[in-house]
Ligand binder design. Structure first.
Ligand code: ADP
Ligand code: MG
Length: 386
């Protein structure tokens, strides 16, 4: 989207000129699933699709916010936002504003207009995109520029304590720190990160939404974390330096597997091998070897399906449809699982065929629409207009 469009929309909506426009992208994780809470590695890219936020200061201390996506306008006194009086979507804005004020940023009344190209609630982190864009605008209106990692932490804290979503590190990191044409290899333990060139030439990243989301996701997610902890406890008793599955090698796991509960072994095997695959994918990218990355995506899917058991029939079928098309290098479940999205790496000339096969071959939920998004690795968040 041309950022001028949002500036014009702001003027039309509020009858005044915006002072600042910021853009923050959504993301998709290429590989490294369920590794974040095991102190492991993730390899996401920023989408070409972003959330745009335009803002201007007010003379009073009212927050007035319009979401063009929801066609909903809300207002509240800055120091009096509560989630029983306001719809949930405002918590992302109110949380960022409150945490900025708490760190000493002069947050005064504001008008904001939000417009997102990232599907809202579709597993591509429209939430982080919204938080990051709002943080850039509100800090900018106060004449401040926060360090990127401080913004990451602030936005994540807003999502935890205001939206009450216990999200990991990845979403805000990649939305803020991504660079065009690269994937972000993030070490979730040390927080060290590295931009790795994604030599797509002639290829695209595709994201297909399965259109289903099974209710058991939240409960199963907590259970997976417990099962990982169970495996960590076993190895920690042998060697106190083992603090997370990050510290367990495949060899060590194989050696002890016969003495461990079989479910803990399977869960741990996914995490341990997924960390290896993520690092291997980064190495393959450095060699320009997209075919190898594709094979790692396929292996990741099998591991998520068979060892971690977070896939479902619809997602497996969607992955199978994608794998059946010539020109698809690899595809896998991305995100927490039990529905949600599939990410694929494919040759650009195969995209029409893929669309056709998905449309005719994917059975999905009865009234589900499987939207295909095509993207390359986009740039991280930025202020577009001062
Ligand atoms: P995802 O981050 O995968 O899109 P989440 O459930 O984490 O899904 O976040 C989606 C929520 O974020 C929405 O339900 C809404 O509350 C808020 N949100 C995101 N983008 C917008 C937007 N453009 N306008 C209003 N609310 C938004
Ligand atoms: Mg989210």
């Amino acid at each position: 989207m041309d950022p001028r469009t949002i500036r014009d929309a702001f003027a039309a909506r509020f009858g005044r000129v915006s002072e600042i426009v910021a853009r923050a992208p959504g993301r998709v994780n290429l590989i490294g699933e369920h590794t974040d809470y095991n102190d492991g590695f993730v390899l996401p890219i920023a989408l070409a699709q972003s959330t745009y936020v335009a803002g201007a200061r007010r003379d009073d201390s009212i927050a007035r916010v319009f979401s063009a996506n929801l066609d909903d306008e809300r207002r509240w006194p800055l120091d009096d936002w509560t989630d029983d009086r306001q719809p949930r979507w405002t918590s992302y804005v109110a949380g960022v504003a409150a945490l900025l004020a708490r760190r000493g940023t002069q947050v005064r009344g504001f008008d904001l207009l939000i417009h997102s190209e990232v599907p809202v609630g579709g597993g591509l982190s429209s939430s982080a995109a919204l938080e990051v864009a709002v943080a850039l605008v509100l800090a900018g209106l106060a004449g401040e520029r926060l360090a990127p990692v401080e913004t990451v932490d602030l936005c994540r804290a807003a999502e935890h304590s205001y939206a009450r979503v216990p999200c990991g590190l990845m979403d805000q990191y990649v939305s803020l720190l991504a660079r065009a044409g690269t994937a972000l290899l993030l070490d979730c333990r040390s927080r060290h990160y590295e931009h790795i060139a994604l030599p797509l030439d002639g290829h695209v990243v595709l994201v297909a939404n399965s259109g289903v989301h099974h209710e058991l996701a939240a409960g199963e997610y907590a259970r997976r974390q417990q099962q990982c902890q169970q495996a960590v406890a076993y190895f920690h008793a042998l060697d106190p330096r083992v603090r997370a599955l990050r510290d367990v090698t495949p060899e060590l796991l194989d050696e002890h597997a016969p003495r461990m509960p079989s479910l803990a072994v399977a869960r741990a095997r996914h995490v341990v091998t997924e960390n290896q695959r993520t690092l291997a994918a980064a190495t393959a990218l450095r060699r320009n070897d997209l075919e190898a990355v594709g094979r790692l995506l396929c292996a990741s899917h099998r591991s998520l399906r068979d060892d971690y058991e977070v896939s479902c029939a619809e997602v497996d079928q969607l992955v199978a449809v994608l794998h059946g098309v010539d020109g698809v290098l690899g595809a896998r479940l991305t995100g927490g699982g039990f529905g949600g999205c599939v990410v694929a790496l494919a040759r650009a000339e195969a995209v029409d065929q893929i669309e056709e096969e998905v449309r005719t071959g994917y059975k999905g939920g009865v009234d589900s629409q499987c939207r295909l998004i095509r993207t390359d690795a986009g740039p991280g968040a930025a202020i577009e207009f001062p």
